[in-house]
Design a protein around this ligand. Sequence first.
Ligand SMILES: *Cc1c(COP(=O)(O)O)cnc(C)c1O
Length: 860
Amino acid sequence: MRAIRRFTVRTVLPPELASLGELVRNLRWSWHPETLDLFAEVDPEVWERVGHDPVALLGAVDPARLRELAADRRFLRRVADAADDLHEYKTAPGWYQTVPDAPRAIAYFSPEYGIAAALPQYSGGLGILAGDHLKAASDLGVPILAVGLLYRHGYFTQSLSPEGWQLEHYPSLDPGGLPLTLLREEDGTPVRTAIGLPEGRALHAQIWIAQVGRVPLLLLDSDVAENDVAARDVTDRLYGGGTDHRLMQELLLGVGGVRAIRAYCRVTGHPEPEVFHTNEGHAGFLGLERIRELTESRLSFDEALEAVRAGTVFTTHTPVPAGIDRFPAEMIARQFGGDNAWPTVPVDRILALGAEKEPGKFNMAAMGMRLAQRVNGVSELHGEVSREMFQDLWPGFDASDVPIGSITNGVHAPTWVGREIMELAGRELPALVERAQGWEGVNKISDADVWAIRGRLRARLVEGARERLRRSWLARGASRAELGWIDDALDPDVLTIGFARRVPSYKRLTLMLKDPDRLRQLLLDPDKPVQIVIAGKAHPADEGGKKLIQQIVKFADAEDVRHRIVFLPDYDMALGQLMVQGADVWMNNPLRPLEACGTSGMKAALNGGLNLSIRDGWWDEWYDGTNGWAIPTADGVGDPDRRDELEAGALYDLVEYEVADRFYDRAADGLPLRWLEMVRHTLTSLGPKVLAGRMLRDYVVDLYTPAAKSGRALLKDGYEPARGFAAWKLRLAQAWPGVRVEHVETSNLGDTPEVGASLEVRATIALGELRPEDVRVQAAYGPVGLHDELVRPAYTTLALESDGDDGRAVFAGTVPLDRTGSFGYSVRVVPDHPLMDTPAELGLVTVPEEPAGMTNGTLR
Ligand SMILES: *Cc1c(COP(=O)(O)O)cnc(C)c1O
């Protein structure tokens, strides 16, 4: 008989060990090996059995052992030291405390978080990034208050059928068995938050706190008695269920999330956030809730929208249009209309925020961009792709003007870097992680030391892989007697390639199988063999992805290669750590440019692994010719099959002639000197860049602080500037059709203009109802393309020269002829207001009716 409910009975710790309980409840242990050592000491055997899960350890350890420890003075001293260290870590001022004007607090919203394998609330890169964001924020003292959902079944755990088909399991998680505490009112009752649903229903939630160093992560949980059965299941699974279910989750995350933050600040005295950051569009409803708050007290919808936008940051993560989160508009109308409408937030205004080209759709990314004054992608290339992808939202502007910037992702070194390397780094390079400095110090470490550590990490991967392989085969129905070969599967001295990722089609799990014979040759090469460790989960609804996994598994099952290529089920953070630390080479072959950033290769690089990847995402930006290898992309080739063939061929050649050659080229003392040179170069060139600390600093300096300043500027004097700005925008939009470029004249341009000369530009602009200070008139200039279009033009602002009574004004300025070759210019008029962040903000622009390029001469 199956249990209908499962829960964990927690151990009552002896009072002497109270601090041990605190250490367990702060997830800092997930990146702090000394604390893990302490847990191991509680009972080494149980610690192994529970898979290094401290909550499970305390649940499983014999109470007699706890009593023994409570009397062990040496152990108690160690617990006290660790607790002191945690306290010091949480309260010491960090880098953030030196940033002028930084926000008092920042709210961070994400649908998933990868903090530790023992808190399985993530599916892939988005969640892992969110986890690393919180950890780096904690390290640097950034006052983030994070919000997510607590999924009672997490994502899923993966195993394989005998035929190699992915099987999904949804173990039920009991919050009592996780490192969480319930948020309570002062009188001890659990805090509740609720949101209204149509037809008089409501969705209630309680709030769990996962403490990530100094960052509290609030997780909303709808499994409470006040809910009906359907509402209780809203937070059952991550990315499970249909559209309706997803909408409920996103409402709870966005609207409920803001309410949870208000409750948390009320109960704990934590400062209210000045900036709200939404990691992907799922939490976008948070902007509506904040508009509602402001409209209920004092502002109109438009005024509140300005106040909210100024302090909102939106990060987009997908370059795939199909990956954008969308709902049928009528679902949104039902949720925010009728008997469930918010009186001060008209439903048609909400619908307009999510409108997109296709009628009847509500687009969460479009709403994210309209509700956030600052938007970014997650690598330079992804920023560029996003500007093109969302260009429709800023009609009339070139893609290069679309106000989407980029901050390239990073990874949290203490989470992902092998302990041996961290310890070496701690000795040799104290500043390495904290300040992203000192990486040149890698050159002081001897070749022999670097190689010895790489060998240890590789051997650990081989051991771990064998263990997992054995478990997988037993689960697939094999008997122990047939599994003797696993003792020798993989070889701790063979060049090891790691390949782990989710399995959407663009990541091309099976590209390496394009020519199976060639792959077999590489694996079985007598002198320079290669071994490959593979892992990845397909989304439960993705039959295509599961077929790809099955193809890999079938290939790897074959007796002749099974000791050189393995698929390890259930890719999670623990397996990820093992792989990125142990692999000599980290392979990635997405279809360019569909990988927004990618972070697993960064983790490998920090461990001295070399990247072998298509130049996509971060690798497009930071590959420098000698810090790894770039698989040539055939992204101009239209036929996908042919493209795969070309790219796979290039991959095999690289592995055979470059990678393996270098790895097996040994000096007399057995050291692969040319390989180690590349490892050093990887560490020194990529080390400082790929850190989550660098990413956090970028967010704080480029986005959070400017957003806080904009937000503060709007709320002065009881939101007077927000009122003025909203009224101005309305006036601009109404009067804009009256704006025209009437006449443009130039002087100084002889027959054969020469580089270094300059051009006087004078433009007469009809302003209609507007004043000259409402607009900015700019000369755009630069190289000209085939159809007379300006290619990535530069802009210079023309100054007001004269302002007539007839609604016309003349603006003039100088354009430098700063390059040879074909050159053109034009003029544009955009709105101008001190509270705007970019000229494209209102989506209004006027250009001359005659096309650009009034001169299209060639400069000498
Ligand atoms: C790092 C990581 C990811 C994301 O890696 P990508 O390179 O973006 O695919 C996904 N899952 C796990 C478990 C990870 O550790």
